[in-house]
Design a protein around this ligand. Sequence first.
Ligand code: GLP
Length: 236
Amino acid sequence: MNFITVKNYEELSHIAAKIIASQIVVKPNTVLGLATGSSPVGAYKKLIEKCNAGDLDFSSVKTVNLDEYVGLDDENDQSYRYFMNDNLFDHINIDKANTYVPNGCADDFDKECEIYDNRVKAFGGIDLQLLGIGIDGHIGFNEPDEFFVGPTHVVDLDESTIKANSRFFESEDAVPRKAVTMGMMSIMQAKKVLLIANGAAKKEIVEKAFFGPITPLVPASILQLHPDLTVIYSEN
Ligand code: GLP
């Protein structure tokens, strides 16, 4: 594991964007696994700048997002599809048809999850997976549990996640109680994994996840088994 401690969010975003941009430069048809939440926004801004300056070309890139809230459609401004369009896809030269986010309004979630995993397989897996980390150690929406779950699946969100994510909603009651998330299979099979975490509030969980025992009670701890993991942490 390559654990990088940086001085602030600006530096974290700069390094994360550099790693993602380098991946696209060396493999223009990269399959990127992408994340939502506040952590990647700074890196996305820098990627947009590079693209608009003509230094980065997303035209052959494919993206697969980690997760989506159950019950929110693409038009809902709290959906992760909306977030991705707003924070990245609308501002770069990517073909939106090559961007995938799980369907939170699927009629049949078993089928949706299977299609999602089969698509990742058909792409030959993810080249670089970007991750944030939840305060309870979740990655994507893989919440603490008795077991690690491999395939894409539907989860009940933990109270702590609902509380943490309520800052994006009108009230805690408005936060969906379920989500559909990529499981550990696609994440762990990614060729490279880049996890970014910032803020003093994440310090304890980052220590547990990367320097504590590997346990499904701290879902991100499974990443210690990944052969090409980079973690960037800023306390400020
Ligand atoms: C959400 C997402 C995660 C993300 C986490 C942390 O729950 N499902 O993928 O990593 O939030 O969010 P933030 O970066 O805002 O702390």
